[in-house]
Design a protein around this ligand. Structure first.
Ligand SMILES: NC(=O)c1ccc[n+]([C@@H]2O[C@H](COP(=O)([O-])OP(=O)(O)OC[C@H]3O[C@@H](n4cnc5c(N)ncnc54)[C@H](OP(=O)(O)O)[C@@H]3O)[C@@H](O)[C@H]2O)c1
Length: 246
């Protein structure tokens, strides 16, 4: 990897349980600095391009968490910082602190897809726009729901069968399946698969910097890349998608 390091963007994050015992969670200065040090050691690299604080911490003052991100950038262990799973008001306050300290805060990472509109409802999307940062979306395919994966039953190698933590059978059967198939009809009219349309729907939004797509097979990545061939939507298509997503 070292010969290609300057051509790669590597990011990592901390905010959920990193080790059992004290100081292994959330957003204290001690936790964030130790978590990044451990990640760098595991990856065998000196710095990451983007280091994210992964979730809001109800107990640690925001100034302390942002101060830790500042220290991390000043020490050369990260070039830029990001915030993940923040809501709009907290992101705005955090951005003010980081801007005052000249810390290069570049983007928010949140769950966003055709079926999950939380960022439209909790003020995050508006806040990102207001503070002129980017939004990178995780689970853009709603963990596989926004694909043809479940149109003919639940495959034994699918996430529902192999993981089962975040995606469950009832989410892709009955009325939910009908809704996914209706979305698939719109995709077909656009000459796309449902997965391609779901990714294109995010990429057409000027606030969206990029999408973090998951895959269990290389073919999924190859086909999903076709999404960029058509990211223009008519207002009628957007309206139909909105109606089916709620
Ligand atoms: N910041 C955070 O709190 C947070 C939280 C969650 C995730 N993330 C990040 O986001 C990444 C992506 O999340 P995600 O995996 O939930 O994303 P996703 O893109 O919504 O779902 C990926 C799943 O969709 C299915 N899939 C993908 N392409 C397909 C295709 N062309 N046809 C059929 N099925 C297809 C695969 O399921 P099968 O496995 O069934 O094949 C794949 O595992 C994670 O790896 C993680 O880095 C961040």
């Amino acid at each position: 990897m070292s010969s290609y390091r300057d051509e790669m963007i590597i990011s990592t994050k901390a905010g959920y349980t990193m080790w059992p015992g004290p100081y292994g969670d959330f957003g204290s200065r001690k936790y964030l600095i130790a978590s990044l040090d451990q990640s760098l050691k595991r990856m065998g690299i000196d710095y990451v391009d983007i280091f994210y604080h992964h979730r809001m911490d109800p107990d640690t003052p925001l100034e302390e968490t942002m101060g830790a991100l500042e220290h991390i950038v000043r020490s050369g262990k990260a070039l830029y910082v990001g915030l993940s799973n923040y809501d709009g008001p907290t992101l705005t306050r955090a951005a003010d602190i980081l801007n005052d300290r000249n810390v290069p805060f570049v983007l928010a990472q949140n769950c966003y897809n055709v079926l999950n509109r939380t960022v439209e409802e909790n003020g995050l999307k508006d806040a990102v726009k207001k503070v002129k940062k980017g939004l990178i979306c995780y689970s853009p395919l709603a963990q596989g729901m926004l694909t043809d994966r479940y149109f003919n039953g639940i495959p034994s190698d699918s996430r529902i069968k192999t993981d089962g933590r975040f995606l469950h059978e009832e989410q892709v059967t009955g009325k939910n399946l009908e809704r996914l198939k209706a979305l698939n009809e719109i995709a077909k009219e656009r000459g796309q698969t449902l997965a391609e349309m779901a990714l294109a729907w995010l990429l057409q939004d000027e606030i969206v910097t990029s999408v973090i797509v998951g895959a269990s097979k290389p073919e999924q990545i190859k086909t999903n890349l076709k999404a960029v061939r058509n990211i223009i939507f008519s207002s009628e298509e957007l309206k139909k998608i909105d109606e089916l997503s709620r």
